[in-house]
Design a protein around this ligand. Structure first.
Ligand code: GRF
Length: 246
């Protein structure tokens, strides 16, 4: 029998992808077990879905952290192991769109929030971290503390477009406004860029001439709910293969 992998999840909203993963775990469609669901946003429906399934939940309130950082950041607020020069040299998130001062503020505020996430997440024995509609970019500070084995990716994300087209936060909106005749979704690993990591799986759907943005979102989400569990199973299969070959 295949060993189950331990999956952590992060969300920001409704959590329909999370629900698809919960259902796939509960019906043994995939060899995975969800350890926790964290959110950057208090009170969202996805947290309720997790609690209903008996999954540990927590919130790191990014908006509150960013508000308090705007009043000023002292060195003492930063994680003890935060190295600005190192993170600056690795990050590929905002280099073309912001001044150095804005990038530094962004990286510092995110590191403060990310340290809070790590303090909770690293207490679990986790194989894979799944971003199921987590609408915050993760910086190298966080990524390096999850991806600790060189060349091994452990953070998986779902993106609402066929990458490399339409990275960013509004994949279905961008697909619609461009007038595409095919839309889709992508599951990929997280690297230091925005939606640039290695692709694990994709699904596409046809867009009819009279489809609205809502139609596209509906078609896309249905594909996401199939694709995400399949990609988690792909990861589980590769872990099981590795442990058999040891
Ligand atoms: C999905 O469309 C996902 O691709 C995007 O955010 C949405 C989350 O939906 N990143 P839900 O919270 O899983 O319902």
């Amino acid at each position: 029998m295949s060993k189950k992998i331990n999956v952590g999840t992060l969300i920001s909203g409704g959590g329909t992808n999370l629900q698809a993963i919960i259902d796939a775990c509960q019906s043994n469609l995939i060899d995975a077990n969800i350890l926790f669901t964290g959110s950057d946003n208090p009170g969202v429906k996805g947290l309720e879905r997790a609690q209903k399934a008996g999954i540990d939940t927590f919130v790191v309130d990014y908006a509150g952290i960013i508000r308090s950082c705007k009043k000023g950041i002292n060195d003492a607020d930063l994680p003890a192991d935060f190295n600005l020069e190192e993170i600056l040299s690795k990050q590929k998130l905002v280099e073309h769109i912001a001044s150095k001062e804005q990038i530094v503020f962004f990286l510092k505020t995110r590191a403060i929030a990310e340290r809070k996430l790590l303090d909770i997440i690293l207490a679990y024995d986790m194989d894979l971290l799944v971003l199921a509609g987590f609408m915050r970019v993760l910086t190298p500070y966080f990524i390096d503390r999850i991806n600790t084995e060189p060349g091994i990716y452990k953070i998986m994300n779902i993106h609402p477009a066929l990458l490399p087209s339409f990275p960013g936060t509004d994949g279905y909106g961008d697909t619609f406004r461009y007038g595409c005749k095919i839309g889709g979704c992508t599951v990929h690993y997280i690297d230091y860029g925005e939606d640039t990591g290695p692709i694990i799986g994709q699904k596409a759907f046809a867009i009819e001439d009279n489809d609205t943005l809502d139609d596209i979102k509906k078609k896309g989400l249905e594909k996401e709910w199939e694709l995400f569990p399949q990609c988690i199973q792909k990861f589980a299969d590769s872990q099981n293969k590795k442990s058999r070959n040891k």
